[in-house]
Design a protein around this ligand. Sequence first.
Ligand SMILES: O=C(O)CCC(=O)C(=O)O
Ligand SMILES: [Fe+2]
Length: 348
Amino acid sequence: MEKPKFKTVQEVIASGEGLPERYLHTPTGDIESQPLDAPVPEMDIPAIDLILLLSPSDNGRQELTKLHSALSTWGVVQVMNHGMTEAFLEKIYELTKQFFALPTEEKQKYAREIGSIQGYGNDMILSDDQVLDWIDRLYLTTYPEDQRKLHFWPEIPAGFRETLHEYTMKQQVVIKQFFKGMARSLELDENCFLDMYGENAMMDTRFNLYPPCPRPDKVIGVKPHADGSAFTLLLPDKDVEGLQFLKDGKWYKAPIVPDTILINVGDQIEIMSNGIYKSPVHRVVTNREKERISVATFCVPGADQEIHPVEALVTETRPRLYKTVKKYVELYFEYYQQGRRPIEAALI
Ligand SMILES: O=C(O)CCC(=O)C(=O)O
Ligand SMILES: [Fe+2]
């Protein structure tokens, strides 16, 4: 059950009352006890040419090898040749910035209702001791179109709705190509992931604002988590770093590569690939001076789809790791706010 809502981060700042205790992390004694703003090395992930992934040429095969290597280690790639122009991506960033810069009363028209995810505001608080994330967000289901709740879709700034619709349709193309590329990189039939993902798959887009934060050493933007999606398309801020991935117990920062889309594997591809492709734990740290913006789209299999390891990836040397799951995302949110990894519930 959701606890009462708290102010948005922008409202906390505007109130001038200082930093509420509810945002402060206390050291736990493990890796998380380092100051959150400790410098970390940059991760070494490739930029993948999306079109080449579907090409039978030698270059295409090399691209598949690159993809396989990145997804089986980091679980993350940057994608180029995704069919969206620099100007179009710029428009999405601008509209996001403009939305969050609107007066509170205007944004509150799209406020999230208690107990549900869609809309403007902050994430659900599920327990009294939940440490709050330094993030305001607008969360919208964008696909299929008949699932849209348009009363949450901002009418101001002008063009927001149309651009989000256009972005959704363009992402659809990328999603299909990426699923096929992943299947090919594992020497599977090109449609095998797409078939499991289902015709009734959904897309949710989350617009994120991380305002400047007075205590980046103790306050986190998004606490460590892995995504519950099949995979996630992310437009990270073009100038301000903050996204970090965990590998072998250490944090690494994601590089900023202009005009690429960052794609990270989510738990459901980890399950479908029988653990070969990793759903990486990641977090967002805050910045003292600069605000940060990002736009994440979660690709979620249809609610009646059974998600399980693809048969061809279960072998004598690689026994089946995961059970069959359905409606994984529902289970996910419960675990996430408790700081637990939902995928553990799917382990055999
Ligand atoms: O802001 C980011 O770069 C990442 C956000 C994220 O991990 C999420 O929304 O799941
Ligand atoms: Fe995430």
